[in-house]
Design a protein around this ligand. Structure first.
Ligand code: ZN
Ligand code: ZN
Length: 241
């Protein structure tokens, strides 16, 4: 905890804001109360196997075993996600991580977890943004659940274009830019974290790599999951490093 006077100075120069509506909020809050309620996605609205509101389990092979999401990728959450991706406000990562940790703590569906692993971002993009938002989510969950956060296992090469710019066939191929280091994961149950779960391809590719290194189960945790509603704006465009 920072001394009181340091905190007041921080509040003057860098006031804490709700990432969704941009209103000023108390220094110990991560979102305003109204946005917190609106952004929350009911745990039971999401399929525990694929992590989608409209289940995709019958449509594709997924390498992860279980999934959960904190929010819908929807009107209420999009501004918060954009601010997180544009290095403007990372409170959404903390908000989502706290919900996910709470659900994992009480969820009989997910079983024991040995470590938390973020979906990696290419190093040059991470330098540009200042952080990998999936890692912010993973670290907060790991802290809350007293688990190790392993950021050394998976890595990403710079070849891929942003998933949302591609069609279905290109998307499946594009995930080949994910790689794993030669670290044994024998029998480990891993919580894999990402910001937005769209097609499941990214999580599935990373889960497959983790299993090839010996992981016995992978639980996919997403801050937000896209929902099947028409006329929704696409996720913010990202520059390929
Ligand atoms: Zn708000
Ligand atoms: Zn499903």
């Amino acid at each position: 905890m920072k001394p009181k006077w340091t905190r007041s100075l921080l509040e003057i120069f860098w006031p804490n804001r709700c990432p969704a509506c941009n209103a000023l909020i108390g220094p110990d809050k991560v979102v305003c109360e109204a946005c917190g309620e609106h952004m929350l996605l009911e745990h039971d609205a999401v399929c525990r196997r694929c992590g989608k509101v409209g289940c995709i389990c019958g449509k594709k092979e997924l390498s992860y075993d279980r999934a959960l999401a904190a929010c819908a990728y929807a009107e209420e959450t999009i501004p918060a996600i954009i601010r997180m991706k544009q290095s403007e406000n990372t409170n959404f990562a903390l908000f989502a991580a706290r919900i996910l940790a709470e659900r994992l703590r009480h969820g009989i569906d997910f079983g024991e977890i040995d470590c938390v692993v973020p979906v990696p971002m290419h190093a040059s993009k991470e330098r540009l943004r200042g952080y990998n938002q999936a890692a912010l989510i993973a670290r907060e969950i790991a802290t809350l659940l007293s688990l190790p956060c392993r950021e050394d296992i998976l890595y990403k090469e710079k070849t891929s274009r942003a998933q949302h710019e591609l069609n279905a066939a290109e998307r499946a191929k594009n995930v080949d830019s994910f790689h794993i280091r030669d670290i044994p994961l024998d029998g480990q149950r891993i919580l894999l974290c990402d910001d937005v779960l769209t097609t499941g391809n990214t999580m599935s590719r990373c889960a497959l790599l983790l299993k090839q290194q010996g992981a016995s189960a992978v639980i996919a945790a997403a801050a937000a999951t896209t929902v099947p509603r028409p006329k929704r704006p696409s996720p913010p465009k990202e520059e390929t490093p």
